[in-house]
Design a protein around this ligand. Structure first.
Ligand code: CLF
Ligand code: SF4
Length: 493
């Protein structure tokens, strides 16, 4: 294999993929963590097997593994006030038109083409643009065809929950281990402000009656999935003054019913999208409001904080959507799946993850040992692999970490417009990036020029590239200990 694989830059910038693969195969790892597993000590092995390469169900996995969505399910059985049918499902995607809807046969061809080119691919999700359980025939046909050709791909589904109880048995039969239900309320009075109508059992319901039926079906679906051992993530859209406080109650209800994760996402509201909330001026929360609510939910159902609200036709690592590279017109009429690249990538990643976990543990110990009562909010430019490996000017998002006396946690991300356009950047764009980084203490990146660095400093945000290509946690622990007067941890390459 002579050409570098797509994963190369995301893992390291200093070794070729062939070198990494040779090291992994020879067992000749140079690190002290050789052979260690990325499984958290307190996690059941069977659950770890289900989530270890699912980028949404494991924060740690999202540095290494990719998902793709196929837009085979356009029909929906409810109306959400944040959704306009002409756009992606806002539950599972940022608003934007789906490039194309697919038949199950087209979807299979696309999945095989992506699997041949994106070795990180581990999950196939159906997340709209309508509801995957309501548009069930197409969802089921797609899953069955893909599972026959690529048996090791994980199947994942996202639904509003209304039709879910009717299909739980079939989901279990198809070995679907991951389901997401969007639950925005457990009180029908709140629900009536979010859902103007539902279509259920051959008729349309409105108002509180509609919300009551939806709520009962969502709870029933969640309980049925839990009873079958299917991991369920709950997505909730945070809508200021409508359900923001209420989501604390939602978190309690879903925890009691066995939800594996709770993902609170900000409402994306823009009049241009044509949805009711956008047209009536309902705002979404800002980054700090979202974080404050997520912090209040800590201790309840386990939180997901790394969601990117991806499109219903997204492809790739969560950090970068490559969907536009895989439109149908770019895919050959006949595709044969070649598993070799995905298999090779997994060998490399297994080794790399062991090293990363060991580095993370060491970094956490250093931060705790610092004995400081202080916190640092750090924005990291990364393109995957758990490393500081993206240039400041190339970043379309920053991953946000908090170092505090309890350790180092991933707490979210901030999307920005890419500042550098081939050697030059607009001041207005830089202003926008700086505004998006409000509240951040330090920016870590692989490279930054003097001009943006000075402007960030002027806004009270320090930026540095001294830790380029280090593991993120290693770099943060070095900063934290340096900041608070303790001997820094040596950075590793
Ligand atoms: Fe897709 Fe959703 Fe499966 Fe992931 S997305 S169906 S669980 S494979 Fe993931 Fe995208 Fe967030 Fe969804 S980042 S919007 S949580
Ligand atoms: Fe739109 Fe999804 Fe709500 Fe249906 S469930 S109305 S597709 S956001």
């Amino acid at each position: 294999m002579s050409e570098p694989m797509i994963s190369l830059e995301s893992l390291t910038s200093t070794k070729s993929f062939d070198q990494l693969l040779a090291t992994a195969k020879s067992g000749g790892c140079t690190s002290s963590s050789c052979g260690s597993s990325a499984k958290p000590d307190d996690m059941d092995s069977a659950i770890w097997e289900k989530i270890k390469d699912h980028p949404c169900f494991s924060e740690e996995a999202h540095h290494y593994f990719a998902r793709m969505h196929v837009a085979v399910a356009p029909a929906c059985n409810i109306q959400c006030n944040y959704c306009n049918r002409k756009y992606d499902c806002a539950n599972e995607s940022r608003p934007g038109v789906v490039s194309e809807k697919l038949t199950p046969e087209q979807a299979l061809r696309k999945v095989m083409a992506v699997a041949n080119k994106v070795p990180q691919l581990s999950v196939l999700g159906i997340a709209g643009p309508g509801d995957a359980c309501y548009d069930w025939k197409k969802t089921k046909a797609t899953f069955e065809q893909v599972a026959r050709e690529i048996p090791d791909i994980k199947l994942c589904i996202s639904t509003n929950g209304l039709a879910l109880p009717d299909h739980v048995a079939e989901l279990a039969d198809m070995n679907v281990d991951h389901v997401t239900i969007t639950i925005n309320m457990v009180d029908p009075e709140v629900g009536a402000k979010i859902y103007p109508w539902i279509f259920y059992d051959h008729r349309r319901y409105t108002g509180i009656e509609a919300a009551r039926i939806l709520h009962k079906r969502q709870m029933l679906g969640l309980e049925m999935l839990t009873a079958r051992g299917i991991l369920t993530k709950i997505n909730s859209v945070m809508i200021p003054d409508i359900n923001d406080e209420h989501l604390i109650e939602v978190n309690k209800w879903v925890k009691e019913r066995g939800a594996f994760l709770h993902n609170v996402m900000p409402l994306i509201s823009d009049p241009a999208h044509g949805a009711y909330y956008g047209l009536t001026g309902q705002r979404g929360p800002n980054a700090m409001e979202l974080k404050a609510l997520q912090d209040r939910l800590e201790g309840g159902a386990k939180l997901m904080r790394h969601c990117r609200q991806c499109r219903a036709d997204a492809v790739g690592l969560l950090v970068s959507d490559r969907g536009q590279e895989f439109t149908l017109d770019q895919i050959p009429g006949e595709v044969t799946y070649d598993p070799s690249k995905r298999e090779a990538y997994r060998e490399v990643v297994a080794r790399e993850r062991g090293d990363h976990v060991a580095a993370k543990s060491a970094a956490t110990r250093m931060v705790k040992a610092a004995g400081s009562g202080k916190s640092l909010l750090v924005a990291v430019a990364t393109k995957g692999g758990g490393r500081v490996n993206e240039h400041f000017g190339h970043s379309k998002e920053f991953q946000i970490y908090e170092a505090s006396p309890t350790g180092i946690s991933f707490v979210g991300h901030r999307k920005v417009e890419q500042y550098c356009r081939g050697g030059w950047g607009e001041d207005a764009t830089l202003d926008g990036v700086i505004a998006a980084l409000a509240g951040i203490d330090i920016v870590l990146c692989a490279k930054i020029g003097d001009c943006p660095k000075d402007q960030l400093t002027g806004a009270g945000i320090r930026a540095m590239d001294a830790y380029g290509y280090d593991y993120i946690e290693t770099a943060i622990s070095a900063l934290y200990t340096a900041e608070f007067g303790v001997e820094p941890l040596a950075a590793t390459a």
